[in-house]
Design a protein around this ligand. Structure first.
Ligand code: HSE
Length: 305
């Protein structure tokens, strides 16, 4: 039988969205593409171009391949397909808080799943992706698109996704330096104060309600956080000044994008001014940066060929 090739496209994602630590995420219209052919023989050929190509391993440590292999094992097909030809074209910046590792995982899972006849549902892919990534808030929007809220109950993720009733623009300030999620998680405390928990619960609830109803007035304080950003601020020079500058330039709110170092502003108007203001403050802190003007991706991972 002839070998089958599939090509999928997966969006970048921004996790947390301020108060929704490890819970809320949003998919953005910046994409990686994966072309996958499964091989019967144990040969692995990995070609990567675009963002971060020089820093991604092209052997069995590769996260796309590990995700494919994980799914094949779940389907008891790892002996049938022992190798793969993987071709990645990456636009999502690496290690910046735009979900590059979740994109790699989801692309691998989706493409392999299609090639073995869609044996797993999207919910099962979410379970596998969360197991591989360790937290669900990038994997979920990469699979479902839009804003997602994911709850993990007894190890099993459950995801609700929605498109906000507002034409929200996402302005992402991308500094030149990298920050690994591991490093950004290592500075977090084991426990938080009750008042900080209440601060986040109130804002995360308001955020979801106001986005779903399209009520812009209530979004003014909804992107604030008290349980992870205060601890991570020291890793991103000028972080609170940049968040403040984004709001002063007209954004509804701004936050760390995932574990950083990108910062994301949510706005309905003035997106260029917001982006310029954010980059200017990064520059004032001796950090080179650029900004991306993005929209919400509403599809999640999809087949393109
Ligand atoms: N919720 C995760 C964190 C996202 O903030 O560590 C990492 O992309």
């Amino acid at each position: 039988m002839a070998e089958k090739m599939i090509k999928v496209r997966v969006p970048g994602t921004s996790a947390n969205c301020g108060p929704g630590f490890d819970t809320i995420g949003v998919a953005c219209n910046i994409y990686n593409e994966l072309e996958l052919t499964l091989k019967k023989e144990p040969e692995l050929k990995i070609e990567i171009s675009g963002e971060g190509a020089a820093n991604i391993p092209c052997d069995s440590r590769n996260i796309v391949w590990r995700s494919i292999h994980h799914l094949l094992c779940k389907a008891n097909m790892e002996k049938e397909y022992q190798g793969a030809h993987i071709k990645m074209l990456n636009a999502i910046p690496l290690s910046r808080g735009l979900g590059s590792s979740a994109a790699a995982i989801v692309a691998g899972l989706k493409a392999a799943n299609v090639l073995i006849g869609n044996q797993f549902s999207r919910r099962e892919l979410l379970q596998m992706g969360t197991d591989l990534e360790g937290h669900p808030d990038n994997v979920a929007p990469a699979i479902f698109g839009g804003f997602t809220i994911t709850v993990v109950h007894e190890g099993q993720p459950e995801c609700f996704s929605f498109i906000p009733k507002l034409s929200l623009k996402l302005v992402v300030a991308v500094p030149e330096f990298l920050l690994s999620t591991r490093a950004a998680r290592s500075v977090l405390p084991d426990n938080v104060l009750m008042k900080d928990a209440v601060f986040n619960i109130s804002r995360a609830s308001l955020l979801v309600a106001a986005l779903s109803r399209g009520n812009k007035r209530f979004l003014q304080h909804a992107f604030e956080d008290a349980i992870h950003q205060p601890y991570r601020a020291k890793l991103i020079p000028g972080m609170y000044d940049i968040i403040y500058a984004a709001k002063a330039a007209g954004a509804l709110g701004a936050a760390m994008s995932g574990a950083g170092p990108c910062l994301i502003a949510f706005t309905i108007e003035n997106e260029v001014q917001v982006g310029e203001a954010m980059v200017k403050v990064f520059n004032q802190h001796q950090i080179n940066a650029k900004y991306l003007l993005l929209d919400i991706d509403t599809r999640g991972v999809c087949i393109i060929k």
